[in-house]
Each structure stands twice: as C-alpha cells, then as structure tokens.
Design a protein around this ligand. Sequence first.
Ligand SMILES: Cc1ncc(C[n+]2csc(CCOP(=O)(O)OP(=O)(O)O)c2C)c(N)n1
Length: 574
Amino acid sequence: MAELMNGAQIVLECLVREKVDCFFGYPGGVTLPLYDALYDHAIKHILVRHEQNACFAAQGYARATGKVGVCCATSGPGATNLITALVDALMDSIPVVAITGQVSTKMIGSDAFQEADTFGITRPCTKHNYMVKNLADLPQIIHEAFHIAASGRPGPVLIDIPKDVFQAQGHYQPVTTIHLPGYKINMDGHAGQIRRAAQMIWEAEKPMVYAGGGILAAGASEDLRELVELADIPAVTTLMALGALPANHPNYISMPGMHGSYAANMAITDSDLLIALGTRFDDRVTGRLAAFAPHARVIHVDIDPAEISKNRTADIPIVGDVKKVLEKLNQNLRELAPEMQATNSAARKAWWSQVRGWKAEHPLEPEFSTEEIKPQHLMAEIDRLSGGEAIVASDVGQHQMWGAQLIRFNHPRLWINSGGLGSMGFGLPAAIGAQFARPDKLVFALVGDGGFQMSIPELATIANHALPVKIIVMNNGYLGMVRQWQELFYKNRLSSVLLEGFPDPEKLAGAYGFTGKTVEKPGELRAALEEAVRHPGPYLLNVRVSPFENVYPMVPAGGAINEMVLAPSQPVTA
Ligand SMILES: Cc1ncc(C[n+]2csc(CCOP(=O)(O)OP(=O)(O)O)c2C)c(N)n1
C-alpha cells in the first residue's frame, strides 16, 4: 500500500515525478500546507519577491531549457499577481504550470478572506486551467497539466487547489495514461501537402524562409538549417526565434518586422514563396498585412490549426509539429533534387545576389561616438563578450530592439524576451529563471531604466542565491520606446516619459550586498563590461547612454514593411 500523504505532499510527489528540480513562488495562508510540506523536501523552492516574477522566472527557466517552468502563488492577490506573466506565457507559447492556492471548498463563493475566482479570471489567460475539488483527482490533474503545458503548442496551465484539498489525506496513485478526448495534436503533417511544398520550393525563383518561435518549441533548429542548406534559401528569424539559425550562418539574413533589417523586409516583400515555419504572422512582423509578401505564395507549417490562414491565407497549409514536418520536407527535397534542383538555378542565383545586395546596402551596424555611449555601442560590446554563446534575457523597449538587432546568437534558447505581450518587468526575473536552469552559462539581464525599476525587488532573490546574473541597465533616462513614439508621432510632446530619480546603482546593489557601478564614457564601456563579467557574483552595471537615440529601421504603425524609415533624417508619417 502506498504511503499515506496529504494533498500538499502529493503535489510535491507529482512535481518530482515530472522531474521538476526547482520552482518559483511566494507563500500565503491557503498554501501553508504546501510550504509546510516543502520544509523538509528535496525539491528546491525559490522565494521571489512578487508573484508576477515567480511566473516570469518560471518562463525564463522554460525558455532557456524547453522544460516546463513551475510557479506557485497563494489565493486572491497572490493568484491575481500572476496574471500578466500568464498572459505573457500564453502569447509566446511557453510551457508553464502555475499552482495557486484557493480557499477551502466549503468557503468557495462566500467572499472568504483572499478569495478570488482564479479559475474564472485565468480562463482566458491560460492554455487550460483546473480547479481541484477532490484529493483523488490531484495526481491525474497535475500530470495532465504538465502534458498540456508541454505538448502541441505549449502554453501556461493553472491548477487551483483549495486549502482543504492540500490538507486531506490520501495516497499518490501513479498516473500511467493521459486520455484527453478533446485534445488532439496532429504531429505529422499531411504527406501530400509536404510533397507539394517540396515541389514548390524547387520551383520558386525567390523563396524565403520565415521562421518563428515554433522552431524553438519543437527543437527543430537542425532541421531548419538542413532545409536552408539543402535548397539554399535565405532565412529570417522572428524576435522569438533569434538563434534558431546561427547568426553567422551564410543563409541567415536577420530579423524582419517593425525594427527588422532592410534586407529582411525587402526580401520578404519581393519573395515569390514564403515558407512560414512555426510562426504566426504577428502584426509587428507583417506591418500592413495587405502589403506583406504581396507576390508570394505561402507554405505555412504550424502545430496549431488556429494559426493557419488566421492572418494570411496559406496556399499550402500544413498542420503538424514543425520538426516532424521539416524532417519529411527535407527528405522530399532530397528525393526531388535530381530532377528539380536545376529548374531555376539562374533565377535563384540572381535572387541571392539581390538579397546580398540589400544586406550590403543597409547592414545592421552599431553606431559609435566619442562623446557618449550609443545604445548600439553597448549592444556591440555585449555581442563581443557573448561570442554568440551567452544567455541574454531582455526587458521590453528600445534596448530590446537594439539587442535583437545587434547581439548575435549561435544557438536557440539564448535570447529570452517577452515578444507577444511585451511585458516590462520581464527581463530581470526571466534572467533569474534562466540562471537557475543554466548555472553553467553567462546570463545577462538586459534592461531599460524603466523596466529595471519594475523589477528591483528581485535584487534580493539574486543576492540571496548569489546568482551571477550580470544586470546591464541601458539607462537613457527615459521610457525610451514611448519617448521615441512621442517624438516621431506626437510632435515631440514628451509626456510622462522622463525617468527622474534613478537610484544610485552602487548604493542600490550595495544595499543588497553586491556590486554596482555606473559607466558613462564610451572609452570605459568595454572595461566596465569585462569587469562585470569577470566578477564572480551578481553585478549591476548602469550604462548611461545617449538619451535621444531612436531605433531604426522603423516601420511606422500601419505601414508596409518595405516602407522603412532608415535614419533619423528621413521624414516619418504615422
Ligand atoms: C508593463 C508595461 N507597461 C507599459 C508598457 C509600454 N512600454 C513599452 S516600451 C516602454 C518604455 C520602456 O522604457 P525602458 O524600460 O526605460 O526601456 P527603453 O525603451 O528606454 O530601452 C513602455 C512604457 C509595457 N510594454 N509594459
């Protein structure tokens, strides 16, 4: 007979069986039984300083590894504090399991202390959610939650557990099968469609690969590389997929979209075949949809049928796991190569010289000044120190866009950022999660002075665990991205974007017991960054950069992606 346990112990047993080695959370009244069970349990619980950051850290863990990240919060305010980060995980398809406490079953609906309808509130914020009413259901639900979070199109799953379920006594019953009648995942993709896609690829004169975060989720980077090499196709990767192809791969162009490169946007616009892989035609990539790749036929591969033809009609829709589909597509391309490879060799050659021409015409290059540190200079130095190998967890704003443009990644899961929701306050806690997941890695938290101030409480978490995260604040003294839009589209009427009163970094980090410094001279930047990286523990480096720099290229909202503003001197129309 299995050992008698309470619900809280059963939760932990389930986590152990799901191979969870650490999770992030914040306790409260109804989760007391869980935290009591944790008291002498081997599983590591990381006490953060705000529930939102528990979920962001869980995301950082998940994004750095591909494993499910786990977070925990108490009922009421604890649970509602998770909301932003849950939606963030949903938008970026990140596997997270969130466990929340709930008031006891007999109190539900009575407006009990710290009662909130977590199940109702989180329904649209999660891939799936549960409320556990009986102890006997607990193991089944938890294992199902992990399965749902990680399978198909990944996403956050929330389990709301009332206090009396945590306290009830029972046994852990191993769960051997997960049978979810309404949850079918089509992994393989339609063989006939894949064959047609391969033919279309060989027939195309100007093919482009447009790869998104689904490549990372499916672990399909190698297959992507094989595809672009086999058929010698230029490729762009979205903000969510930087590193899906190594940045120095000869077929890699760069990031497309609102702040994408000239070459990426021009090549998409001119292409005659767009091979969209694990990507969702997000408005920040497409700009004005009607003008996006207007001459291209579209092959769209996605595990989520809801994405196919949602924004752009697919000529060849393929619902399936992008890794499995690419394996078959590559096999088909190889089979067809002897008869088709030469079909358009002259046109393909011309296409490549055109794409290379665009790249050479307007490369993404850092700017330097001898007077002030340019933001791009900072990114170039981080790039140099990283050598394509460090994890960079970014916050949201101008620094994120410059980081995405100028820091190069040789592998997937190194660039960690909030893409779909664009949540300020993401970068620092995500770096914490990533550093727990990858203690072997150099981890930068790249943050703006605005987003950093949303995350300051987590300096305590970093200090408590002596996490060697290198916090790099790109400090322009403004809510830079909003200031940029006010300058360009609101006649430079700068309204509530000046961030006065940034705390002294030396004193701030010092208050938490670690090192902080400011650098403002371009000539001192490299040494300052090197010192931060060399330093064995956490480090806060406040980098004062030029306040009024704007991110270019820029596609004004509603514009076509080939209508980029390339430089400050060019007029911008909204
Ligand atoms: C939680 C949240 N609130 C507001 C915004 C809107 N927003 C987008 S970028 C930005 C400015 C960010 O400023 P900062 O952190 O200093 O970074 P910078 O743009 O200067 O690099 C703001 C306010 C947001 N994305 N997230």
